[in-house]
Write a protein that binds this ligand. Structure first.
Ligand SMILES: NC(=O)c1ccc[n+]([C@@H]2O[C@H](COP(=O)([O-])OP(=O)(O)OC[C@H]3O[C@@H](n4cnc5c(N)ncnc54)[C@H](O)[C@@H]3O)[C@@H](O)[C@H]2O)c1
Length: 373
């Protein structure tokens, strides 16, 4: 049995706990949260709790720490894990700055510590299927890649969370929070790299109403007890880009798109076929053809490429979604601690790569020019 601990028991920490438990070979020995740790641990049926990650690392023998806290804490928790020789799975974005990510990559290599950044979209079977199709040249030369990642939970100026505070989220918000997923997804499926980009930001509200009480992520409304705070991060961003292999592309991220709760779309157009995937219909892959009827490949291990079928746990017709992607990513990471293999999870280098893209986007909007990545 592997021994693990989860740091941060908010929205995503609980998703980690559930996914870890589905693996069967990992025991969660402790939960750490700076706020009400004991109750949160008891609610999750975890016997030990800590309010400080340093004490957790000091007192427990751990194989893996899951870092599920706000972005500004990832660096110091990950660094403490590395120095203690403990492997870790870190939520995205990896760090607040490129420099922090570079330091952690180097340190982890020196100390032989393994890390993963939880870009879970890679673990959807039909996303992986596009990657295998592209590897097999089924799409042909890639012409264009476009898409979106849109949500509506910040549509009103009464919507608030720590993500609105740039000291906690980083200098970009929509980009680092959800654009990071899209960037990782697109470079993962195409196996190609974005080499230059041009971005535009829009901040819909320059001031928002911050509730005086602590708010949980994705909960609504400030009520009557609030203070007005300045907002210095983007609600919406558009990005145009060029890829090393010649494809050109664009995407939009928005946290103020009414009615879209958490929609990711990726369209890849090649010289032979196109592939279209959306998180709102995530067990179907649309294959676009010019000279015959278009096809829909519904998740079914027996009809998929060997590698992507390894991400399928249930028979066709049985939907696999968000919690399953977490399970598959963690399964791969824990397996990689003991054996070499072809793993799809995002490494620390991938986390660093995505931080460089975030930086380029920020700079491009600021300078209103194309930036080489
Ligand atoms: N992979 C995904 O799809 C996905 C989805 C949501 C969030 N995330 C990422 O997960 C992270 C957490 O987001 P969330 O939505 O769960 O936030 P959240 O606010 O719901 O939960 C954060 C938790 O961390 C605790 N915490 C804060 N600082 C701490 C510290 N120093 N030590 C211990 N505990 C601390 C808080 O008390 C809270 O319980 C973010 O980095 C976010 O980007 C990833």
């Amino acid at each position: 049995m592997f021994r693990s601990a989860v740091v941060g028991a908010g929205f995503i920490g609980k998703a980690h706990i559930e996914a870890i438990r589905r693996l069967g070979n990992v025991e969660i020995v402790a939960l750490c949260d700076e706020d009400d740790a004991q109750k949160k641990a008891a609610d999750c049926c975890i016997s030990k709790s800590y309010s400080d990650f340093r004490q957790l690392l000091e007192n427990e023998e751990l194989d893996v720490v899951h870092i599920c806290t706000p972005n500004n804490t990832h660096y110091e928790i990950a660094k403490a894990c590395i120095l203690k020789g403990v492997n870790f799975i870190c939520e995205k974005p990896f760090t607040m700055t490129v420099e922090q990510a570079e330091e952690l990559v180097q340190l982890a290599n020196e100390k032989h510590v393994k890390g993963m950044v939880n870009f879970h979209n890679r673990m959807y079977p039909m996303v992986n299927e596009i990657r295998q199709m592209i590897k097999n040249d089924e799409l042909g030369a890639l012409f264009s890649v476009h898409g979106e990642y849109v949500q509506d939970w910040l549509l009103y100026d009464t919507d608030y969370s720590w993500r609105l505070d740039s000291s906690q989220v980083g200098k970009t918000r929509a980009i680092s929070d959800i654009g990071s997923h899209w960037f990782d997804l697109v470079e993962f499926v195409t196996g190609d790299r974005i080499v230059s980009l041009s971005a535009n930001f829009r901040t819909v509200f320059n001031k928002r109403k911050k509730p005086t009480n602590n708010v949980q992520t994705f909960t609504k409304g400030a009520g009557s007890d609030f203070s007005e705070v300045d907002i210095d991060t983007e609600d919406i961003a558009t990005v145009m880009f060029k890829m090393a292999g010649g494809a050109i592309g664009s995407f939009i991220v928005s946290q103020a798109f009414s009615g879209r709760k958490n929609t990711t779309v990726v369209n890849v157009a090649g010289s032979k076929e196109s592939a279209i995937w959306t998180s709102e219909d995530l067990n179907n892959l649309y294959i676009g053809l010019r000279d015959e009827a278009n096809r829909i490949l519904t998740k079914d291990a027996s009809l998929m490429h060997g590698h992507s079928s390894s991400l399928v746990s249930y028979p066709s017709g049985h939907i696999e979604g968000f919690p399953d992607a977490f399970k598959q990513g963690f399964k791969q990471f824990y397996s990689s601690l003991n054996s070499e293999g072809e793993y799809d999870y995002a490494t620390l280098e991938d986390g660093l790569r995505e931080m460089k893209l975030n930086d380029a986007v920020y700079l491009s909007n600021q300078k209103q020019t194309w930036i080489d990545v």
